[in-house]
Design a protein around this ligand. Structure first.
Ligand SMILES: [Zn+2]
Length: 517
């Protein structure tokens, strides 16, 4: 059997047709949900990318794996936790799967892959010893070794000149022109005769179509010959929203969007990082209305969806569709102006943490919708369960979703999530109430103001938009107690050796170009 995990960055559940959206953003994902199983109450455990992926691939809550910050804010101590953890690709690799990651987050996210970013992955280059004064023991590696491993690493980095960024010419092209550019690189690569395992590759075009080209190559190379685990990280639904113009026009021409001038929201966050992010939502000139930005986001979901369709067709043509567990989710959601949070994912309101989760496999009865609470830390145990693999070195906070799919019991009355970068907050939510604890008294790093200075308590039945804080309601006390007890009960990580991931600076620069500042 094979496993394909598709994660679209910042793709919130509510903007997909199968989650009730009124615009045609997701015909392919809707079809896959109809043929498989959809989880209507799936939540991320945190609202930023690095810790969210770490949760998905370790099966642990962020407090439990210890990686709670994102990008350059990740501390030396947090990094030291990563070397001792078992990641899902490592377990699958050790059990005979060829493992392929089409992503460029690098660092510990590369662990366990045979191929990463379209190139052969060398585990020896993932970590090098910390050359600074770390807070944990150094390794014995001598300086010349560090130097050469750093050089080797540079040679192995996927060429990402065409990554999504505001100034990138590729993202200014329409769909047809993008196809022509990809075809040019593809033909050049075919002439050079190098495949997935070759040293030379075409530039990794990291829009949804470019990543899907690579994914299709991988599927064709291994389908029917070796079990594969393929992970694809789509970025199109994260700012800058870079869908081809034809798709953006489709949404603007066929649907009504708010006509509020973008200048109105820019005025509210003038001089802050949040203002900078609004200018980064698109490749070119900042759109005149917030509705245009929303249409860009919807078009980006549709662009990902079309490529999910290409992937589905390739699995079908290769004869492995029903023998492949196909998982579709997002690392976190996105706020489209709700709570005065603009085209970003800080905050622990439902738009930021409620994610799509769809699974399809020939053995899963089609059309089921489960409304039980599920979270990203359930994914690793689910995938191992489906693959028939058990691993003594892995301890999960989650549970296999197959227990639910097969009709077993599921005792999960609530979900938990937290936030460390924009603000420091922690949340518990059940079907009736949500309690958010403020862990410090600092304003939002991005907006330089308080979204809410106190703890928050919302009645989700009578106030689904989470707009009236009823923290004076004494019922919040029990939620606060449950949240504290849950965090207390999680097994905490052990500090390891102080390490530097060889590609940290490179990856952080890419993230900065995307708006992480
Ligand atoms: Zn903010």
């Amino acid at each position: 059997m094979n496993i394909v995990v598709l994660v679209s960055d910042a793709m919130r559940a509510r903007n997909l047709g199968c989650y009730g959206y009124d615009k045609d953003t997701s015909p392919w994902m809707d079809r896959i949900a109809a043929e498989g199983v959809r989880f209507s109450h799936a939540f991320s455990a945190i609202n930023s990318t690095d810790p969210s992926f770490t949760t998905m691939f370790t099966g642990k809550h962020p407090v439990s794996h210890g990686l709670r910050n994102h990008a350059k804010w990740v501390t030396a101590l947090e990094k030291s936790y990563m070397t001792g953890l078992r990641f899902l690709p490592e377990i699958l690799h050790d059990n005979g799967f060829v493992t392929i990651g089409l992503d460029w987050l690098g660092k510990w996210h590369r662990k366990g892959y045979d191929y990463y970013g379209g190139l052969k992955n060398d585990p020896a280059t993932i970590v090098r010893p910390d050359s600074g004064a770390g807070d944990a023991p150094q390794t014995s590696c001598e300086p010349p070794c560090r130097k050469s491993s750093s050089r080797d690493w540079k040679k192995r980095l996927p060429k990402l000149s065409l990554m999504p960024s505001r100034g990138n010419w590729y993202y200014a092209l329409g769909d047809g022109a993008r196809r022509a550019v990809r075809g040019y690189f593809r033909r050049r690569q075919q002439r050079s005769g190098k495949g997935l395992s070759g040293r030379k590759r075409r530039p990794m075009l990291s829009d949804a179509a470019g990543l899907t080209d690579l994914a299709i190559d991988s599927i064709r190379q291994f389908a029917g010959k070796q079990s594969f685990f393929l992970f694809v990280h789509y970025w199109d639904t994260h700012i800058p929203y870079t869908a081809p113009r034809s798709l953006v026009r489709h949404f603007l021409n066929n649907y009504r969007y708010p006509e509020t001038p973008t200048a109105d929201i820019l005025a509210k966050v003038a001089g802050t990082k949040a203002e900078h992010l609004i200018h980064k939502t698109t490749r070119g000139k900042t759109p005149g209305t917030i509705g245009e930005i929303m249409a860009l986001y919807d078009a980006s979901i549709r662009y990902v969806d079309e490529n999910v369709g290409r992937m589905y067709a390739c699995l079908e043509e290769s004869g492995v569709l029903d023998d492949t567990l196909l998982v579709i989710t997002a690392d976190h959601g996105e706020s489209m102006t709700e709570h005065d949070i603009y085209f970003d994912h800080h905050g622990l309101y439902d738009p930021q943490i409620r994610v799509p989760l769809i699974m399809r496999h020939g053995d899963i009865r089609g059309g089921a919708v489960h409304d039980e609470f599920v979270q990203h830390f359930d994914l690793a145990p689910t995938i191992l369960d489906m693959a028939g693999v058990s691993d003594d070195g892995a301890r999960f906070d989650g549970q296999s979703l197959m227990d639910l799919v097969r009709g077993g019991s599921w005792d999960r009355p609530c979900v938990f999530a937290e936030e460390m970068c924009g603000q420091q907050k922690r949340m518990i939510r059940d079907r009736r109430f949500k309690y958010i604890a403020a862990l410090n008294d600092e304003p939002c790093v991005l907006c330089r103001r308080y979204h809410c200075r106190t703890d928050e308590f919302y009645d989700l039945v009578n106030d689904p938009g989470e707009s009236r804080n009823i923290i004076d309601d004494p019922r919040h006390v029990e939620y606060k107690r449950q949240l504290e007890a849950y965090i207390e009960g999680l097994v905490k990580p052990q500090a390891g050796k102080s390490v530097v991931f060889a590609d940290e600076d490179e990856v952080n620069k890419r993230l900065e170009a995307l708006g992480y500042i």
